[in-house]
Design a protein around this ligand. Structure first.
Ligand code: VTB
Length: 325
């Protein structure tokens, strides 16, 4: 190896350690799958994630967490996590994206953490919703959230060398999306309606090997920023427009310095080329298998994405159940 390539060695992959926290959150949530109590599932995941994060050598600040401190005792926005040594980072956590899915025993729930250099994640916490568009790299310079959906679908199909009828668009299944659902179908493409969890939906749209080509619609703005960390690592496209519900929310956004009626590009959602995204499957999904327990072992599947190197790792772990009693 030449000296210069040694100097360019990409260094520590923080994601490799953060993944233990999403594994722990997913494992601790498992007893609550299908038990109808989403708060209990979330509480177990939050507690486990926080304990594991405390062991990781980094100085993290939760930019996107469980909410304001007075309503979220753990992983609240602004909380410092990690042992304080090592890189200063912003982090976005969602111990379970899909608490209702988990409580109902449905598929596609994940546990996730995203990280980037300190001060680079957009703090969009004052606006609950964001309108989003996510595609793989083929969509860059080709689709735009300001354009009509049919036009975007045709352009993306051309860029991907696919027929329009083979394009699949993930959308949260909500009454507010009936208009765009109709537009997708009128364009000749197909919808993939998701009950919850538009982080996984967005990542599937950005991954080159998935069956979803595009993810659109209004979901959580925190989820948008977390998704952006993953999409940057995958080299895909993400755009977001904040979607305040009330005049009060509009004012809060303005007071927080956020831009309304404005398209946030990936680099504004996360202003860093050093992003990490890790997730572990809670219940089975397109992206990850959920937690399984068999014969004294707990099996987890996780994904670790890193923008600096573009690596995508899948981690299959076997945990001795007796250590988790
Ligand atoms: C969104 C989405 C999330 O919940 O926040 C959604 O981003 C809430 O949407 O991934 P509604 O208010 O319409 O229910 C998730 O799907 C899961 O937390």
């Amino acid at each position: 190896m030449s000296e210069s390539s040694m100097l360019q060695h990409p260094g520590r992959n923080l994601g490799m350690e953060l993944v233990r926290a999403t594994e722990a959150a997913a494992i601790r949530a498992t007893p609550w799958i299908g038990k109808g109590d989403k708060n209990a599932a979330d509480g177990a995941a939050v507690d486990a994630m926080r304990r594991f994060l405390a062991t990781v050598s980094f100085d993290g600040v939760v930019v996107i967490g469980e909410g304001e401190k007075d309503e979220a005792p753990m992983l609240f926005n602004g909380e410092h996590v990690g042992n304080g040594l090592g890189p200063a980072c912003d982090i976005a956590v969602d111990p379970i994206d899909g608490t209702s899915l988990t409580a109902a025993g449905r598929s596609h729930a994940i546990s996730m953490i995203a990280a980037s250099d300190r001060g680079t994640m957009l703090d969009a916490s004052s606006v609950f919703y964001m309108d989003k568009l996510v595609t793989s790299h083929e969509g860059i310079g080709v689709v735009d959230i300001r354009k009509p959906i049919a036009e975007n679908i045709r352009a993306l199909a051309k860029a991907k060398g696919k027929k329009v009828e083979d394009i699949r668009v993930a959308i949260l299944d909500r009454p507010r999306h009936q208009g765009i659902i109709d537009e997708v179908r009128a364009a000749g493409a197909g919808t993939r309606l998701i009950l919850d969890g538009d982080v996984a939906g967005g990542i599937n749209a950005a991954r080159p090997d998935s069956r979803i080509d595009m993810c659109i619609g209004i979901g959580g703005s925190p989820e948008g920023v977390g998704t952006a960390c993953a999409v940057k690592a995958l080299g895909g496209l993400i755009q977001g427009i904040l979607y305040p519900q009330t005049d009060e929310e509009r004012q809060k956004a303005i007071d927080a310095g956020l831009k309304l009626d404005y398209v946030y590009e990936a680099d504004e959602l996360v202003a860093s080329d050093n992003t990490y995204f890790v997730a572990t499957g809670v219940t089975d999904g397109d992206m990850l298998r959920g937690v399984r327990r068999e014969n004294g072992w707990i099996f987890t599947e996780s994904i670790i994405l890193r923008s600096k190197t573009g690596t995508v790792r899948r981690i299959l772990a076997e945990h001795a159940e007796e250590k988790w009693l």
